[in-house]
Each structure stands twice: as C-alpha cells, then as structure tokens.
Design a protein. Structure first.
Length: 53
C-alpha cells in the first residue's frame, strides 16, 4: 500500500485552497488554510504543494 505522509509545516493543496499542515492523526490531516481557517481533510484529498524549481 502506497501511503502519503504529510508532515507539520508542509505546504499542501486542499479542495478548499492552499495551506499548511498543522497536525495529522492517522489519515486525517488538519490544515491551516491561507484564509486562516483550520480544516480537517482525509490524506487522499491532499496534494503536496511542490513549488520548488
């Protein structure tokens, strides 16, 4: 099984916009969105915001 790993401070793209991981418990990831809201998402709903390069 290929399981995504999200770390605190990691930038991610969510269905509700871009944000930063603040906590992860199992497959539930808490993200502080750029709007200031904190929402929880399932890991499979998130993408790494790999803007390097």
């Amino acid at each position: 099984m290929n399981e995504d790993l999200f770390l605190k401070g990691q930038r991610v793209i969510t269905p509700d916009g871009d944000g930063e991981v603040v906590d992860s418990i199992g497959h539930t990831i808490s993200v502080k969105l750029d709007s200031g809201d904190i929402k929880e998402f399932e890991a499979e709903d998130l993408r790494d915001d790999n803007s390097a390069g």
